[in-house]
Design a protein around this ligand. Sequence first.
Ligand SMILES: [Zn+2]
Length: 314
Amino acid sequence: MKALAVDLGGSHATCAIVEDRAILHSHTLATEGSKGLAPWLPLLAEALQTVAREAGAKPSECAGLAFCFCGLVDHASAKVTSTNAKYDDAPDLDLRGWCEESLGVRFEIENDARMALLGESYAGAARGFEDIVMVTLGTGIGGATMIQGQLLRGKHSQAGCLGGHLPVLFTGRRCTCGAIGCAEAEAAGWSLPEVCRSTRDFASSPLSKENAITFERLFHYADAGDQVAIEVRERCLAVWGAATVALIHAYDPEIVVLGGGVMKRASTILPYLQNYVNEYAWTPWGKVSVRCAQLGNNAALLGAIPLLVGPPDS
Ligand SMILES: [Zn+2]
């Protein structure tokens, strides 16, 4: 079965045609510098027509268009509900109408974290599982949840995707969401510089000489034996461990899939989290498997078929 897919990120839009678990053709447009989504819609439709033609298919032969959006969406009404200073016009757009008019196919929309989970469950690290928590570690901490083969969405489309805002420290830092001690306020790309600066002896660490403190730099200096970097690294691992256990207790998954740029250091993070989960998660039925996402930037596109036609039978 074929499907059209759009993965709309903060600075790019990838238009693709997929067939089952393979991406047949794709085109990526750079959307940097443009605030709105409306000017891009004709270009997206054109790119989708092009990739279909390259695959020797007509849009009408596809199961529909799966649209992955980098903000909050209401899947049922196919509307964007909240944006993050990018594509601010999206909540006012009739995307379903645009799709039917320009491509003549069915339209479904979901946010990027849920699309990535769908992709990983269909074609990646969580294939064969129906009870899945996905966590993406990057500038923030995102995620999504599937229970018994169904994406968890909830009344306001926020269910299962706010793992980064689980409190791990009630005396902790103020988060961008307004709460205190969220996992991402204690251990994510945006909060890492402040976490480092407030660590004892920071001034003596080579981290203090860096223009930008990133996880890549943190792991680098920790590997080299810098005590401040080691202390912050261990603290971040513990934060992610606590958040992972909280997610397991909340959603009863069989598997936790970790993605995002920070997982370049999966060799450090995965064994730590698996041990942490084995020790602290209350799962008398067995052990939750902690794995690394496999599909990278392709995950959302490969979520197109399950979004449009539902979970596979096997
Ligand atoms: Zn928060």
